[in-house]
Design a protein around this ligand. Structure first.
Ligand SMILES: N[C@@H](CCC(=O)N[C@@H](CS)C(=O)NCC(=O)O)C(=O)O
Length: 212
């Protein structure tokens, strides 16, 4: 058994589990994966709830240490495995910007998250048009990404960081249901989506989705 275990949602659609999975893959660390059937409330089972403190997915185990919250997991892996490939920029200001983006996509843009839930990325695209407030959130998202991305860039900071993965997941909520992202943003999204770490998540064989 590896010294690291990651608990992910059973349908492989959680943006937070995605982030932690990509972090482990990009850091090239050996780990085991356990699925949590949230439609059967397994995350609220006594062992999972006690270890995670929050009863949420994802959760990481390193030895006898358990940690939930995907951004804390990314930071922990970066600190605990200093010899492995970096997932946050080395430069202080770029690292701060990466954390800003990671916090932003976890705390804002609710209309996009509501109207383009993550199963629309991995199961079936949405058919309903975006509401005016979701369109407004989409314009805000695309405006910020346009300001952040250099022309022709395939990552935010010159080389892959976990913020690229988190931001791309949010952009795919729009892109996978047909919302035009524009050439510059689409190039960035395609570059992230074609990374071996991301392909491993995307191409996972998924069970029939049961809403929860
Ligand atoms: N901020 C948390 C969010 C985690 C989260 O909301 N996970 C969802 C699955 S996508 C969950 O476990 N929901 C169940 C619950 O909150 O009870 C993170 O980044 O890990």
């Amino acid at each position: 058994m590896a010294d690291l275990t990651l608990w992910v949602d059973a349908f492989w659609i959680s943006p937070y589990a995605f982030s932690s999975f990509i972090a482990l893959e990009e850091k090239e660390l050996p780990y085991d994966v356990q699925e949590v059937a949230m439609h059967r409330a397994e995350n609220r089972g006594p062992d999972y709830a006690r270890r995670s403190l929050t009863a949420r997915v994802p959760m990481l185990r390193h030895g006898d240490f358990f940690l939930s919250e995907s951004s804390a997991i990314a930071e922990y892996l970066e600190d605990a495995f200093p010899g492995s490939p970096r997932i946050l920029p080395e430069d202080t200001q770029q690292r701060a910007r990466a954390r800003q983006i990671m916090a932003w996509v976890r705390s804002d843009l609710m209309p996009i998250r509501e109207e383009r839930s993550s199963e629309t990325i991995f199961y079936a695209p949405a058919t309903q048009p975006l509401s005016p407030r979701a369109q407004q959130a989409g314009a805000k998202l695309l405006g910020a990404v346009d300001a952040l991305l250099a022309p022709g860039a395939t990552s935010l900071f010159g080389k892959f960081s976990i913020a690229d993965a988190d931001l791309t997941f949010m952009l795919q909520r729009l892109g996978k249901s047909g919302h035009p992202l524009g050439e510059k943003v689409q190039r960035f999204v395609d570059a992230t989506w074609s990374r071996p770490s991301v392909r491993k998540w995307v191409e996972r064989k998924r069970a029939t989705f049961i809403p929860y």
